[in-house]
Design a protein around this ligand. Structure first.
Ligand SMILES: Cc1cc2nc3c(=O)[nH]c(=O)nc-3n(C[C@H](O)[C@H](O)[C@H](O)COP(=O)(O)OP(=O)(O)OC[C@H]3O[C@@H](n4cnc5c(N)ncnc54)[C@H](O)[C@@H]3O)c2cc1C
Length: 388
């Protein structure tokens, strides 16, 4: 099905087997605030590397998997089958970075990230700038042979495990005053500190603290690309990550569809399996139908990127995949809770965990409203037929 090649099926099988290894750890993680013992997490990371599931998005010449976009989707789809973000160990370092990084940045950040020795976090969103990234107030001021960075960033995912941050700021002074620039900031660094670590809806080991940067000095060698390039990197990251969000939502919906079907066949009510009640069968049917449509959309979007289609077209298609898959997975999780009945409201049940965890997929990497605005904008510019 889906016209997958033998090598696509091979990596898909490895990722699926890995997901099955992780699933037994979900409830322990859920009941322990998302945390597993360090040795267990380290073993999971080592296993993901051993199976060739890490850095699938990075060029082979830098030690990455050099996989097609479709293969990256296949791996992330399987990672998405697992709750509590345990699948995140199949890491995807910043694939936009090698093309713009200096030789020094490749050695200090890219290669170690590919090897799994260094981990990044993104410090972009601010209290007053999320959907409107361009409105950020953080600043970068040239200071001798370096820059001074200032600003307070929100929702910095994985700050607690990362050892470097991408920091986006507006240039303060100089020929590119007011334009955006992106910097690499080693963690810890003097002047970088956690303001607070809010609790979020999901139960995962990755925190999303508010982080302040106060007169943080970085060498000029930590500027990525040129002054004024900052926004273009964010867009490239969004295209990639939106497609991977879509992939993980497929995995979640696939797991839920399987689990709710099995439960509906097994649970007897009124002397027969609940799957025989049309109202329950309808929830199963709608879920699989939407999943099938979402998977076809996502795989085709990935194939388009592999064929080298126009970047603006793929930008809109990645938005369509992220929009549809995240909303589809939310609907599937809601139905799954309903099919499981009271059991679906228990934290030990996969439907309950996904019901909470999937909500953010409609918010981060651009809200559903932002995706719709991007799609509509491209429809008006190019015509619907250019996009679908
Ligand atoms: C768990 C979590 C982890 C995150 N991780 C990171 C991270 O690692 N790094 C990082 O930089 N950011 C991160 N974010 C931030 C995330 O990308 C933003 O929350 C998201 O882009 C939305 O921005 P906002 O929260 O400011 O919402 P707002 O922009 O305030 O939006 C509020 C509402 O207004 C709507 N809205 C806003 N603008 C428009 C518009 N033009 N048209 C229509 N509707 C609009 C939105 O759709 C939404 O419904 C994370 C967020 C969460 C929740």
């Amino acid at each position: 099905m889906y016209g997958l090649t033998e090598s696509d099926l091979d990596i898909q099988r490895r990722a699926a087997a890995f997901a099955e290894e992780l699933i037994p750890f979900e409830v322990t993680a859920e009941l322990a605030g998302g945390e597993l013992p360090g040795v267990v997490t380290a073993a999971h990371a080592a296993r993901a590397h051993e199976l060739g599931l890490c850095a699938t998005n990075m060029p082979a010449e830098l030690g990455g998997g050099g996989c097609t976009t479709l293969q990256q989707v296949l791996v992330q789809e399987q990672a998405g089958r697992v709750t509590n973000a345990l699948g995140w160990v199949a890491s995807t370092p910043p694939s936009w970075l090698p093309a713009v990084a200096t030789a020094d940045q490749i050695e200090r950040y890219v290669r170690p990230a590919v090897r799994g020795e260094r981990e990044e976090c993104y410090a972009i969103t601010e209290e007053g700038a999320g959907s409107d990234v361009a409105a950020i107030g953080a600043t970068a001021r040239r200071d001798g042979d370096g820059y001074l960075l200032n600003g307070t960033k929100w929702h910095v995912t994985s700050y607690n495990t990362a050892d470097f941050a991408f920091f986006q700021a507006r240039l303060d002074g100089g020929p590119h005053h007011g334009k955006h620039a992106m910097f690499l900031v080693d963690l810890p660094s003097p002047g970088v500190g956690v303001v607070r670590t809010p609790a979020y809806t999901h139960t995962i080991s990755h925190h999303h603290p508010i982080v302040s940067f106060t007169d943080v000095r970085v060498p000029a060698a930590n500027l990525i690309g040129a002054e004024g390039d900052g926004m273009s990197f964010a867009y490239e990251w969004f295209r990639f990550e939106r497609l991977m969000v879509a992939a993980r939502c497929l995995g979640a919906a696939g797991r839920l569809t399987g689990e709710m079907t099995a439960f509906a066949c097994e649970r007897q009510a009124g002397g027969r399996p609940i799957s025989e009640y049309g109202l329950v069968g309808g929830m199963l049917a709608d879920s699989l139908t939407e999943l099938y449509a979402a998977r076809a959309l996502t795989y085709e979007t990935a194939r388009g990127i592999d064929r080298g289609i126009d970047v603006k077209v793929s930008h809109a298609q990645c938005s369509m995949a992220k929009l549809y898959c995240s909303e589809m997975a939310g609907r599937v999780a809601d139905r799954a809770v309903q099919v499981f009945g009271g059991r679906g409201y228990m934290r030990e049940n996969v439907a309950e965990r996904f019901y909470r965890e999937l909500r953010v997929e409609r918010i981060w990497e651009g809200t559903s409203e932002v995706q719709r605005a991007i799609i509509a904008g491209q429809m008006v510019k190019r015509g619907p037929a250019a996009l679908a």
